[in-house]
Design a protein around this ligand. Structure first.
Ligand code: ADP
Length: 656
């Protein structure tokens, strides 16, 4: 019976031994393995046959063998070692973390004869722990603030990043409501965030402002995620805040410099296009006052008058002119001197404390009615040739307003302004000369016309009264030359009227065909040896100054003959196309090179090669263009050198 019970127990043990998930094996005092269950086979990879009678050291990495010996000492003393964590080695040589419980095996007399070991792999347990430790390390070392809070908004965790960012220690923060960090005007943001979290939604990269312990406002980017318990219920939120104040500042400073670049570009564009000195200086003063954030800015012209030396205010921005009136500035004030002598920029945070200040009292020690100036910036405006034209001066009633960047900006604008001012001075000089020339032409042509008219009258009488013969032919020749001279003087006279804007046109509707017939008639009489081909097509009514349009056509025909002396044919074609009437004069002369075509409509321009061969002033086409332009038409030339030239002008057709 006892035997039977015993064998039943054995077989129960055997089946546990076989079926259990833990590796179980035993060894004797010679360290030879005596028992080995299937789980041990699965864990270590050795089959039962392979391992039985082999040394247990097969399973122990070398550096752990010493440890095994120590364990054996305890075993020999009958001690049991529970859940000892160590490393063991598989058949493949892979080292695995295991938890082992080692117990002594005794014989019937109670003598220890070996040990049994129950081993369990703790790889998973280890990785979870490791993961947690890693996460904790990341959270601790992160520069981002990582904060946990309950759904009620109570702070439950607070990393070092949060401490650094917001200034509260872990003890101070935990248990407090998260609104500790939220500026009052943004408190409702929290409701929205918590609303999202309750709905299981993550809030991603939400840019907002939070407040530090010291009251400083920080731009942060916030990511808030729900925290779930094991049952998957939302129990709180973890928030990661990144300080983006620097990034925001960088963005702002980029935007600011973009704005400055735009202002600078627009100043340089507008001052380069402008040739009026007063305009340029006003633009420069306005823009630089804006760029520097000055209360006021002014440009002082460096002018020496006969009485002595004195500066004149030229432009002012940001303050009424009266603030500077009656404000004489002697040349050598210690503050002004460096600017006007071109020594360089003066930038002072507090001019009232500057040793140079007030030296020339009563002038610069703030004369009565003068604007209070504390921050002071003065930049000389120097031309390319080194002449100090003047200076740009800025003032602000607070100290420390003008920084290096402002100085740089004004220096840049000042050098652009100097170029523009130089150009405008040159332009003024040229304009002066040009006005003088115009005045001269107007006067001369007017004075020439009177004797010409009377000479022509006398010659005509002479030509009619003298009998045929040599004297008559001389009178005829003289009249021809006089007609040419008259044309030249007329051109000069027209030019002076155009310049003065006094060339008057008398518009009336008329049929151009009639005018063309008249012109063809006259041309036939004066140029009998030329064949004038005429072609007119369609309604040719226009509204214009008949006399002036005749002048244009006569000029074009005259050129066609003048510049093609050997040709025998000129064509004049008039057509109506759409709303335009077009008239072309086509000759068979040498034509005009493309590079000259664009210039021949400007005043006094003559093609070099023809200058010696023909007489003229280079005014006919200029005047013609002016007349056609003022009729709302266009005039142009088409020419292939060697194959003649075709001058065409168009006029708006007249319809009633
Ligand atoms: P001008 O005849 O007094 O020189 P214009 O203004 O009428 O002045 O003409 C300007 C220049 O254009 C002339 O000097 C000449 O070189 C050129 N030109 C004008 N018409 C013709 C043409 N039909 N053929 C060749 N060159 C021409």
């Amino acid at each position: 019976m006892i035997r039977h019970q015993h064998s039943q127990e054995l077989s129960t043990l055997q089946s546990i031994f076989e079926g259990i998930d833990d590796a179980i094996f035993c060894h004797d005092l010679d360290m030879r393995i005596t028992h080995w269950n299937p789980a041990a086979e699965r864990l270590f990879g050795y089959g039962h046959e392979e391992i039985i009678n082999e040394s247990v050291y097969l399973l122990i990495p070398e550096e752990r063998q010493q440890e095994k010996m120590e364990i054996m000492r305890d075993i020999m003393e009958g001690k049991r070692i529970g859940h000892f964590k160590t490393i063991r080695r598989t058949r493949e040589g892979v080292e695995i973390p295991v938890s082992i419980t080692i117990s002594p095996i005794r014989d019937q007399e109670g003598q220890v004869i070996g040990s049994s070991q129950v081993a369990r792999s703790i790889i998973e347990e280890n990785t979870a722990e490791e993961k947690q430790a890693r996460l904790a390390a990341i959270v601790a070392s992160s520069d981002d603030a990582i904060v946990g809070k309950s759904l009620q908004g109570i702070i439950t965790s607070w990393n070092i990043g949060a401490e650094k960012m917001f200034g509260y220690t872990e003890q101070e923060a935990i248990g407090q409501h998260i609104s500790l960090l939220i500026p009052p005007e943004r408190l409702d943001e929290e409701d929205i965030i918590i609303g999202n979290i309750r709905a299981g939604k993550k809030v991603d990269h939400f840019q907002t402002i939070r407040r530090t312990k010291g009251g400083q406002q920080l731009h942060i980017s916030l990511t808030v995620s729900p925290i779930l318990n094991k049952a998957g219920e939302i129990i709180g939120a973890s928030k990661i805040a990144r300080n983006i104040t620097a990034q925001k500042e960088a963005e702002r400073s980029i935007a600011k410099s973009m704005e400055r670049m735009e202002i600078l570009n627009s100043i340089s564009k507008s001052i380069n296009e402008d040739l009026d000195l007063q305009h340029i200086l006003q633009k420069v003063t306005d823009a630089t006052t804006r760029l520097t954030g000055a209360d006021f800015g002014a440009f002082f012209y460096n002018q020496v008058d006969q009485a002595g030396e004195s500066y004149w205010l030229y432009t002012i921005s940001g303050a009424p002119r009266a603030a500077f009136e009656n404000f004489p500035m002697p040349r050598n004030t210690a503050v002004f001197h460096p600017t006007f002598s071109g020594e360089g920029v003066v930038r002072v945070d507090d001019v009232t404390k500057d040793p140079r200040y007030g030296k020339n009292s009563p002038y610069f020690g703030m004369p009565e009615g003068h604007l209070p100036v504390v921050s002071y910036l003065a930049v000389p405006v120097i031309t390319h040739s080194g002449v100090v034209i003047g200076g740009l001066f800025f003032g602000h009633q607070q100290a420390g307003i003008f920084k290096e960047e402002h100085e740089d900006l004004v220096v840049t604008v000042a050098s652009q302004a100097a170029v523009a001012i130089d150009n405008s001075r040159l332009f003024e000089e040229v304009k002066d000369l040009s006005n003088k020339k115009d005045e001269f032409i107007a006067l001369a042509s007017h004075e020439l016309k009177t004797p010409l008219t009377s000479m022509s009258g006398f010659l005509q009488i002479l030509e009619r009264t003298v009998p045929d013969g040599i004297a008559k032919s001389f009178a005829e020749k003289a009249l021809k030359q006089l007609a040419k001279l008259n044309d030249l003087v007329n051109d000069l006279f027209d030019i002076s009227k155009i310049q003065a804007g006094k060339l008057q046109l008398n518009f009336e509707p008329f049929d151009l065909s009639d005018l063309l017939d008249e012109i063809a008639d006259t041309f036939g009489q004066t140029h009998a040896h030329y064949n004038l081909k005429m072609a007119a097509d369609g309604e040719l009514w226009v509204s214009g100054d008949k006399m002036r349009l005749e002048q244009v056509l006569t000029n074009l025909l005259g050129n066609a003959v003048k510049y093609a002396p050997d040709a025998r044919e000129v064509s004049m074609i008039a057509i109506r196309t759409g709303n335009e009437v077009r008239i072309s004069v086509k000759d068979q002369g040498p034509g005009i090179l493309p590079e000259n075509q664009q210039h021949i409509f400007s005043q006094f321009y003559r093609v070099k090669e023809q200058e010696r061969k023909t007489s003229g002033l280079g005014l006919g086409l200029y005047i013609s263009k002016d007349i056609i332009d003022r009729h709302g038409g266009r005039i142009w030339v088409e020419s292939t050198p060697g194959h003649g030239a075709t001058f065409t002008f168009s006029l708006p057709a007249f319809t009633n």
